[in-house]
Design a protein. Structure first.
Length: 205
């Protein structure tokens, strides 16, 4: 039986969506756009902090899944908790608009005229990232969990917009639900996310 399932996956008849979970069809892997800014920043950070875990991505990639398109974006730089301050001061040397774990009030007060703002935050241990041409960036599982857990940075993606994002993401790409829920558990939101998915599952059935 295991061999038959493996064969079906290899031939694109089934796609794996979690441990012991499969759905019909070939895997549709999500690969976010890697801009020249992300490439430059990531490479500079890895030169300066070679032993630090770093994940960089731009919230503009969410526009693919959204109904209402924001015109302001955050470039998220996630790094080990011990190095967040060092990364913050390093980026302040080369970029103007850089914040470290900002509140809503700070973003509203200082962020009105910038199209792109850098936000530094500690990366959660075992966060699901992916490497694209040498750049460590977000997976779709991490992206969805982050939107669900953080209503400050992702204020534009809350409410009905979040439902739209989840619906479109599940329809367009293969989501490893086991990986997603493991990460949500690391963020102490596993049960809430699981319930949220159940309540809107009829949107993509």
């Amino acid at each position: 039986m295991n061999w038959r399932i493996y064969d079906l996956v290899q031939n694109g008849i089934l796609q794996r969506i979690g441990r012991g979970k499969f759905t019909i069809g070939e895997e549709k892997k999500y690969t976010p756009e890697i801009s020249s800014t992300i490439k430059t920043v990531f490479k500079k950070l890895k030169i300066e902090f070679p032993y630090t875990n770093i994940c960089v991505w731009n919230t503009s990639v969410l526009n693919e899944f959204m109904q209402h398109q924001p015109n302001h974006f955050f470039i998220l730089v996630e790094t080990d908790k011990e190095t967040t301050n060092s990364v913050f001061y390093f980026l302040r040397e080369i970029k103007k608009s850089v914040f470290i774990e900002p509140t809503n009030d700070i973003l509203e007060k200082y962020n009105l005229n910038e199209r792109e703002t850098f936000i530094i935050k500690p990366i959660i241990s075992e966060a699901p990232t992916q490497n694209i041409n040498g750049i460590e960036t977000v997976t779709i599982e991490k992206m969805l969990v982050d939107i669900f857990c953080d209503d400050v940075i992702f204020s534009a993606q809350q409410g009905g917009e979040m439902r739209t994002i989840f619906k479109n993401a599940f329809e367009k790409y293969t989501i490893n639900q086991s990986k997603m829920l493991r990460y949500a558990d690391r963020r102490r939101k596993k049960e809430e996310l699981n319930q949220f998915i159940k309540t809107i599952s009829n949107l993509w059935q």
